[in-house]
Design a protein around this ligand. Structure first.
Ligand code: UFG
Length: 327
């Protein structure tokens, strides 16, 4: 197959490209505007530096290259930023995705895999956890809504064109390539596990826990932390599932069990072999108490099996990456 990976220079996209190159013979091209991605993260494949907002260029690329599949990672994904800049999120996530989907359908692309998010579920009722793919859908911020709107467009355009789609709703993605060639590098960094690693390594004075009065056993929020290498494999498993003749579908991507912020702090301290300063801070707006995926659909339909479901090992991979990151 000839595969286009948008956002292939970003955190999740580059791990997927690496997996694709190591596990298959597929030809892979990366499209990225490098606004948050890193050229060094995809130096093993051809990088087309292009902005998805350049509709004419995107259309022409898809027409001329005859891709069999498009894996669409490129997006903005910070909840707080989306609240401050809603137009940008609808523009960069929804509008650019809409144009990309239609351009793919027009060009006869067979398969479209879309990066969506647990944020489409909003704050689920406790009785709905673990969360299944059928909703309800109550995104509580522009980021979640921009992704849900893109999901709807993808379903409708695929139905009209015959292009098959897989939607992957990520829970909390974490970890780094175990050879330390690839990892998470955001500026600013807002995610829990890289912030813990930076604190342990002395790059930050202390770590702030956002809220310790949630309705959870230790009072801190619970999330389903899924390793990026396992998540990368899920994309190929879904693509292969569609290629085997199955119907388009939507899959939660997590491990099906959660850890509290306090448990992740403990795991990082164990991985690094030393404690670090932790302070209390107020709740962060829009943090649901518990988000845990039901991943039985992904496992049963595609055969996906996690390999890195070990929080201490995940923390170790992030510590290694933080110590020798190349970008
Ligand atoms: N946290 C802290 N202190 C910090 C950073 C995070 O206590 O300095 C806590 C958060 O409050 C939350 C947990 O750590 O309880 C995880 O926070 P992250 O920012 O790492 O991840 P989120 O759960 O906020 O976000 C993730 C994805 C989003 C997606 C969202 C779905 O990164 O893209 O899940 O709800 F939208």
């Amino acid at each position: 197959m000839k595969i286009l990976v948008t956002g292939g220079a970003g955190y999740i996209g580059c791990h997927f490209v690496q997996h694709l190159l190591s596990a298959t013979e597929h030809e892979v091209l990366v499209l990225d505007n490098l606004s948050t991605g890193h050229a060094a993260a995809c130096e093993w494949t051809q990088l087309i530096r292009m902005d998805l907002a350049d509709f004419a260029a995107v259309k022409s690329l898809l027409k001329s290259e005859n891709f069999d599949a498009v894996i669409h990672f490129a997006a903005s994904s910070l909840v707080a930023e989306s609240v401050a800049l809603p137009f940008f999120y609808y523009y960069n996530n929804t509008s650019n995705t809409l144009n990309l989907i239609q351009s793919c359908a027009d060009a006869g692309v067979g398969y479209f895999i879309f990066s969506s998010t647990a944020a489409v579920y909003g704050e689920p009722e406790p009785s709905r956890i673990p969360i299944t793919e059928d909703g309800p859908f109550n995104p509580i911020n522009p980021y979640g809504r921009s992704k849900l709107a893109s999901e709807w467009a993808l379903r409708d355009i695929s139905a009209a064109s015959g292009m098959k789609f897989g939607i992957l709703r990520y829970f909390n993605v974490c970890g780094a390539d175990r050879h330390s060639h690839l990892g998470e590098s955001h500026n600013p960094e807002t995610h829990l596990i890289p912030l813990l690693a930076k604190t342990l390594l002395g790059q930050r004075p202390s770590f702030s826990i956002f809220g310790q009065d949630y309705t959870t056993p230790d009072g801190t929020c619970i999330r389903d932390y899924v390793d990026v290498e396992d998540l990368a494999r899920a994309h190929l498993d879904v693509l292969n599932y569609l290629r085997a003749g199955h119907n388009s579908d939507t899959f939660n991507c997590g491990y099906g069990h959660g850890y509290s912020v306090q448990e992740v702090i403990d795991a990082m301290q164990e991985a690094g072999g030393k404690p670090f300063p932790v302070v209390s801070a107020p709740r962060r707006v829009g943090d649901p108490p518990i988000l845990v995926a039901d991943v039985s659909k992904l496992k049963q339909l595609t055969g996906w099996q996690p390999k890195n479901d070990d929080l201490i090992d995940i923390c170790r991979s992030v510590l290694n990456w933080e110590q020798c990151s190349r970008y």
